[in-house]
Design a protein around this ligand. Structure first.
Ligand code: MN
Length: 505
């Protein structure tokens, strides 16, 4: 597990809105109720970041102050706002206009049911979120602030689950804004979709993307002693089923040592530069003797983002999804749609890459093998070979369409391959896209979705929706309800919408 993914020390601020009109007694009750709700959130195993209950805000100055504090706080990664009483929303304008942290609007009320026998005017004054939150919703819409609205009683599992997802997405946004992506070499020559505007990415997503040379890795290789390389090879031997050629006295044993040395140097480069995502390309390997396979696969399983062939957008995306899904069941990997299996009833995709699929998605202990690459004129690379776990997953693509970024999601059902693949020397996943291959691939291609994706078994479309909303990025989803006609309309409407409202690039 990558020690750079850490939810400890991060906070979500729970801010309750009110106003001075109600008097001390009611405001004291508002604060107490907010604390009880925060405590419930902190006790829930569905919410994985600490919730800090702030004193209710009652005036424009108090709102401005708390938004300023949130902006400057290194630990605060987002705000949950709730109007326990009425809170005239003009008082929120100055604060919301400078807030640069993600905001979620929780529309709940303290009581679950109406206390029919006891309800009086005091109760009515205290419990006004049904209209107080509408006033707050208006000003957020009026100011065009992207946010998630979660509706329901604060003890309901469905509500806790939605908050928990948003909180994880806020962690992903925090990562995006601090992420440094290292590109070893440039783009695979002539490939279009892996290109994009890196300055725009830094402005609208937050990640910085900079180029380095393969010598930045190879220059480090000599500094590792043979003992360190042997220790890493021992880890390989304990973790994977080593093929005959790579075993002690095997004919390719030295290649295993070479790949271990590459891993040591690559990790050293990433750690020293504080890079949590990286790319390489087989066309710019320089003195790296084999395309890094097992090294990249193991680094990805530790939490690093990766994109092949210079694909920095997918590298960033893999890293951000790994942060969002930290500690959840299921893995997240760099992926590529490789080849199809057409059938009369169902058609499937075999996803894979030349080497670099993350073992976090695997179903059983990976095999460690060596085979020729057949491309790039380098030595045979060592790689981990395995099948992906058959379970629901999403494929996510981030592309640059010229005046903005677009995210495309396709929900898929991962299934067991229909047969063994004894001669396929790479890790793979096999899935049926929703609603079916024909509609899914049509929509994907119409949207310009890349052949590279981030494939995640751990998170759902809702995470990506929240992420896109916070950053103001276009999102199109392909799921079991998608039709080609409505999808095309959505793409056309989005062209107009983002032409008018896209002010970030
Ligand atoms: Mn590729």
């Amino acid at each position: 597990m990558n020690t750079t993914i850490n939810f400890d020390g991060k906070e979500i601020w729970f801010i309750t809105g009110s106003q001075v009109l109600y008097g001390e007694k009611i405001l004291k009750q508002v604060f107490e109720n907010s604390q009880i709700i925060s405590e419930e959130f902190n006790q829930s195993n569905l919410i994985d970041v600490k919730i800090i209950c702030k004193k209710p805000v009652k005036s424009s100055n108090e709102v401005l102050k708390i938004c300023e504090d949130a902006n400057y706080s290194k630990s605060c990664i987002g705000i949950i706002a709730w109007m326990h009483t009425f809170s005239p929303a003009k008082m929120w304008i100055s604060g919301l206009s400078i807030l640069n942290k993600p905001i979620m609007h929780l529309h709940t009320q303290f009581n679950y049911e109406i206390p029919w026998e006891e309800i009086d005017m005091d109760f009515m004054n205290l419990n006004q979120s049904a209209h107080g939150d509408r006033e707050f919703g208006f000003i957020m819409s009026r100011m065009r602030i992207g946010r998630k609205v979660v509706v329901g009683h604060w003890k309901e599992k469905a509500v806790l689950k939605k908050i928990g997802i948003w909180v994880r997405v806020a962690m992903g946004v925090n990562e995006a804004r601090n992420l440094q992506v290292a590109r070893l070499g440039d783009n695979m020559r002539e490939v279009a979709v892996t290109e994009g505007d890196k300055v725009s990415a830094q402005i609208s997503i937050g990640c910085s993307v900079n180029g380095f040379d393969s010598s930045d890795v190879t220059d480090r290789m000599a500094k590792f002693r043979n003992k360190q390389v042997e220790e890493l090879v021992a880890i390989y031997e304990n973790s994977y089923l080593i093929s005959k050629k790579l075993k002690k006295n095997g004919e390719m044993r030295s290649s295993l040592f070479e790949s271990a040395r590459i891993e040591l140097a690559l990790r050293d480069f990433l750690v020293e530069g504080k890079f949590n995502a990286f790319t390489n390309t087989f066309e710019n390997l320089g003195k790296i003797k084999q395309l890094p396979g097992i090294a990249v696969q193991r680094l990805m399983s530790e939490g690093y983002g990766f994109g092949a062939e210079g694909d920095w957008k997918t590298a960033a995306l893999v890293r951000i999804l790994k942060v969002m899904s930290h500690g959840l069941t299921g893995g997240t990997s760099f992926m590529e749609d490789y080849t199809y299996h057409f059938g009369a009833d169902k058609s499937y995709v075999l996803g894979s890459h030349m080497l670099e699929i993350c073992p976090s998605i695997c179903v059983e202990k990976p095999k460690c093998e060596i085979h020729p690459l057949g491309i790039g004129a380098k030595e045979d690379p060592v790689r981990l070979v395995f099948d992906s776990k058959p379970c629901n997953a999403i494929n996510v693509s981030l592309i640059d369409v010229g005046n903005r970024f677009r995210i495309i999601v396709n929900e898929v059902e991962g299934v067991k391959p229909l047969s063994d693949l004894p001669k396929l020397p790479v890790a793979r996943a096999f899935w049926e896209p929703k609603p079916n291959l024909s509609t899914a691939a049509s929509c994907w291609i119409l949207a310009g979705g890349a052949h590279h994706t981030a494939y995640s078994q751990a998170i759902t479309t809702e995470y990506i929706e929240d992420f896109a909303e916070i950053l103001g990025i276009e999102l199109v989803t392909i799921d079991d309800k998608s039709t080609i006609g409505s999808f095309k309309e959505k793409l056309k409407l989005n062209e107009v919408y983002y032409h008018i409202f896209n002010n970030k690039l």
